[in-house]
Write a protein that binds this ligand. Structure first.
Ligand code: BES
Ligand code: MN
Ligand code: ZN
Length: 491
């Protein structure tokens, strides 16, 4: 499928369908659409009336034009109330339109959407993102995909005077989002520490990234007892993956992105009970998926920033070799941890990964993790939690997330709660009480970052969609890739 800018007027465009957007409570057609309506003998007015179209966000209508018109159909997409709209409204609209086009088996589509509040360039980018992400379907594990095929051959963006660059940028960004989705969707018998390392190797060779993989012995030498404690029961060796993107020019900044990489989380001996979502715990590498997805996009977009992409990858399993509840582990910064719950394993793997990142002398570290069910309880499925030791850095991420259309909410690093994790036998326990569970998890991680401004993102909710939305399908969403890319690009 090809997506391109076309400067032709929508009055003259011909093809399978032209899509236009309408805001709610503003259904009187603007002058340009009145002209179109006249040209089409009032079909727009008719379509709005016949389908009782109210412009509600995400709603769509499609109608045949009839006769011998070289424009065969019209698609309406609701943009919601204008005062509630934002850039993401147009990404979602792109997605909704693409879904209608797919269902109607259109081959050629044009989209005429613009807005005075936004540059044509960013609009072209986000509409393209919406189209690509809505049409992405993960058919890797299906034997018959015929009735689900996509017939769209070309999508043309009208009413936007900008170059093809905006579209290429969207293609680079969405390629990373799609990688993250596919990593999350792949079950634990497909994506495991070994295949994750192979994937990183492929990224490195394809995009010219530097790759270091620390094997178990290397991790032992570095004293990563916390990470290795989690890895003990797996039949597969752990892999500590470190990819680096280096720009051609002197880097303006150096950043590290650290993702939780549990390719499966059974809970360990504190085994997850039925009903705890154990069957979806292949998603527990969502942080690593976002990290490597961002690496793929960033390596194509080439900002003047050096970026380290890190994940301590393993699975949390059970066996005679498994760590026992009550075991004491020593992390690579020398801190000892009483493991009072083997299901709080993500923070144990992140502890050593953060100590490693903290030694790289970067200007900032962001970690992403499907860390706690408590964060989902607090913020629901659509919003990720954000904790920080540096409000400027937090603001950078919040800004990056707005253009990305991804939601983060800052939560407190309430020091007092660390008392819950005081241990009588070691430096700390790995879990506190149920109350404030996502906060104590963040406080635990904080123990392992001492020299670098740091943000922790708990993405347990938004990495996975139970139901499709305008741009996401059921399953992995690729959440946080767009935010990370914008952050790296300083946008
Ligand atoms: N991977 C889970 C968190 C999770 C839960 C992610 C649901 C996605 C959906 C994490 O390792 C975990 O098990 N956390 C425990 C911590 C508890 C033992 C303190 C939790 O949230 O219940
Ligand atoms: Mn767990
Ligand atoms: Zn986990």
């Amino acid at each position: 499928m090809e997506i391109k800018i076309n400067n032709i007027s929508k009055l003259d465009w011909t093809g399978d369908a032209l899509a236009i957007g309408l805001f709610a409570e503003k259904l009187e057609l603007p002058p340009d659409l009145k002209l179109l309506d006249n040209k089409l003998d009032g079909i727009l007015t008719e379509l709005i009336a016949d389908t009782d179209f109210k412009g509600k966000i995400g709603t769509t209508s499609i109608e045949r034009i009839g006769g011998k018109s070289p424009l065969r159909k019209i698609i309406l997409v609701g943009l919601g109330k204008e005062e509630d709209s934002c850039l993401d409204t147009f990404r979602q609209a792109g997605g909704s339109i693409a879904r209608v086009a797919k269902k109607a088996k259109l081959k050629t589509l044009s989209i005429a959407l613009n807005h005075e509040n936004y540059d044509d360039e960013i609009l072209a980018q986000v509409i393209t993102e919406g189209v690509i992400l809505a049409l992405h379907q993960d058919n890797r594990f299906k034997s018959d995909t015929e009735d689900n095929s996509i017939s769209l051959e070309t999508v043309e963006l009208l009413d936007l005077s900008t170059s093809q660059n905006a579209i290429e940028k969207a293609q680079k960004i969405t390629s990373g989002v799609i990688l993250a989705r596919e990593l999350v969707n792949a079950p634990a018998n497909v994506i495991n520490p070994l295949t994750m390392a192979e994937m990183a190797q492929n990224l490195a060779s394809e995009y010219g990234l530097e790759l270091t993989i620390l094997e178990q012995e290397d991790c032992e030498k570095l004293g990563m007892g916390s990470f290795l404690g989690v890895a003990k029961a797996s039949d597969l060796p752990p892999k500590f993956i470190h990819l680096v993107y280096k720009p051609q020019n002197t880097p303006k900044r150096k950043l590290a992105i650290v993702g939780k990489g549990l390719t499966f989380d059974s809970g360990g001996l504190n085994l997850k009970v039925s009903g705890s979502g154990i069957e979806t715990m292949k998603m527990d590498m969502g942080g690593a998926a976002a990290t490597f997805g961002a690496a793929k996009s960033i390596a194509q977009l080439k900002p003047d920033v050096e970026i380290h992409f890190i994940s301590a990858v393993t699975e949390n399993m059970i066996s005679g070799k498994a760590m026992h509840p009550g075991d004491i582990l020593t992390a690579s910064n020398g801190k000892t941890i009483e493991v009072n719950n083997t299901d709080a394993e993500g923070r144990l793997t992140l502890a050593d990964a953060l100590v490693y990142a903290d030694k790289l002398k970067v200007d900032a570290i962001v970690d992403l993790a499907t860390l706690t069910g408590a964060c989902i309880v607090a913020l629901g499925n659509d919003i990720a939690g954000l904790w920080t030791t540096d409000d400027d850095l937090a603001n950078e991420l919040k800004n990056a997330s707005q253009t990305a259309g991804e939601k983060f909410w800052q939560m407190p690093l309430e020091n007092k709660y660390f008392e819950q994790m005081k241990s009588s036998i070691a430096d700390m326990k790995n879990t506190g009480s149920r109350a404030g569970g996502s906060i104590t998890a963040a406080l635990f991680l904080q123990q392992f970052v001492k020299h670098t401004p740091w943000v922790h993102l708990d993405i347990a909710g938004p990495v996975w969609a139970e139901k499709p939305t305008a741009i996401d399908n059921e399953g992995g969403t690729g959440f946080a890739v767009r935010t990370l890319v914008n952050w790296a690009l300083n946008e």
